[in-house]
Design a protein around this ligand. Structure first.
Ligand code: GRF
Length: 199
């Protein structure tokens, strides 16, 4: 399955996916393109180093989300992409991409959804006082981190945790969970029934 990764920043989940592929753990996945909304994203450099097509599209150059996403689709068209993995892509996915890839866009979120959606999951987890957190890989729908859940991994929240220490503990799990979910997805082993994802 030909995949595009979308990332806005450092790209450690992208790197984890590439390592899993190199280790033979993603037999059905082919990483074809990296799309970023941020010109400075390290993920773009990781793509170039690995001979993966690196695409930067700045939303600032487009009047609407629809126009921005239409430009991304136009650039992906010749690459015959069949699925998308969001990996630290800090934007809501709109109708254009959702309609082009129904139940074919995955995201990883650093909390146990439906708790603590949004951009400040670690801070919100600590503020709330939750004792367990983790990560969630889910299909993307029109909401903020609301799509059907593919898999989750948990970690303890410790009394002396900071946002950074909690994020680091969760990231270790993210780097295992995302390749695992992408493997199931690319081998067509996932079926969505309502909100439930059945293997
Ligand atoms: C990860 O914590 C991911 O869960 C969240 O954004 C962060 C991206 O990190 N969606 P990286 O760019 O993959 O290192």
């Amino acid at each position: 399955m030909r995949l595009a990764i979308f990332a806005s920043g450092r790209g450690s989940n992208f790197g984890a996916l590439l390592r899993a592929k190199a280790d033979g753990k993603l037999p059905a996945a082919e990483f074809v393109a990296l799309v970023s909304d941020k010109e400075t994203a390290s993920a773009l450099g990781i793509a170039r180093e690995n001979n993966i097509v690196a695409i930067h599209v700045s939303p600032k150059n487009f009047p609407t989300r629809e126009a921005y996403e239409a430009e991304i689709l136009k650039q992906l068209e010749p690459l015959k992409i069949e699925g998308i993995c969001l990996a630290g892509y800090m934007r809501l996915v709109g109708k254009i991409l959702l309609d082009a890839f129904p139940y074919r866009i995955l995201n990883i979120h650093p909390a146990l959804l439906p708790s603590f959606p949004g951009a400040h999951a670690h801070r919100d987890t600590l503020t709330y006082g939750a004792k367990i957190s983790g990560c969630t890989v889910h299909f993307v729908d029109a909401g903020v981190d609301t799509g059907p859940i593919i898999l989750q991994r948990s970690v303890p929240v410790l009394d002396d945790d900071t946002e950074d220490s909690l994020a680091a503990r969760i990231l270790i799990q993210e780097h295992q969970a995302y390749p695992e979910a992408v493997d199931l997805f690319t081998r067509n082993l996932l079926r969505v029934e309502g909100r439930r994802v059945i293997r």
